[in-house]
Design a protein around this ligand. Structure first.
Ligand SMILES: [Zn+2]
Length: 140
């Protein structure tokens, strides 16, 4: 799958972050990188805990690092795992919170040596929850 240079750089940042994963329990290492609408890249890795429920995914670490640095708008995400997995539901919802245009927010999935899939965030999380102050309209 061909990527433009900005996407390739995002995948490489995610690969580099994966090396720092702390996953002594699952041994499933994940790296993620998000690019803001201002072109900044923030990375994350999964961080597990002996109290399993306290573990956190790489994607959320990357988003939270971006937010902690003052960013609020994410336009692309790259996730690197050994098998090219998709982000979990919790991470999709967290990404949605900071993606001003989910239909254009690119989610790139890669393994250690190749890109395996590419989605938009809107495709991965249709009908996402969002506070609107009103009940959502039904589609039926
Ligand atoms: Zn997750």
């Amino acid at each position: 799958m061909n990527l433009i240079p900005e996407e390739q750089a995002l995948v490489e940042a995610a690969r580099a972050a994966r090396v720092h994963a702390y996953a002594p329990y699952s041994r499933y290492m994940v790296g993620a990188a998000v690019r803001t609408t201002e072109g900044q890249i923030f990375t994350g890795c999964n961080i597990e805990n002996a109290s399993y429920g306290l573990s956190i995914c790489a994607e959320r670490v990357a988003v939270f690092c971006a937010v902690a640095a003052g960013a609020r708008a994410i336009e692309a995400v790259a996730i690197v795992t050994e098998d090219g997995a998709t982000p979990c539901g919790a991470c999709r919802q967290v990404l949605m919170e900071f993606a001003p245009d989910p239909a254009r927010c690119c989610v790139i999935l890669a393994t250690l040596d190749e890109v395996v899939a590419r989605y938009t965030l809107a495709t991965l999380l249709p009908q996402a929850f969002g506070f609107t102050g009103a009940a959502p309209e039904s589609s039926v």
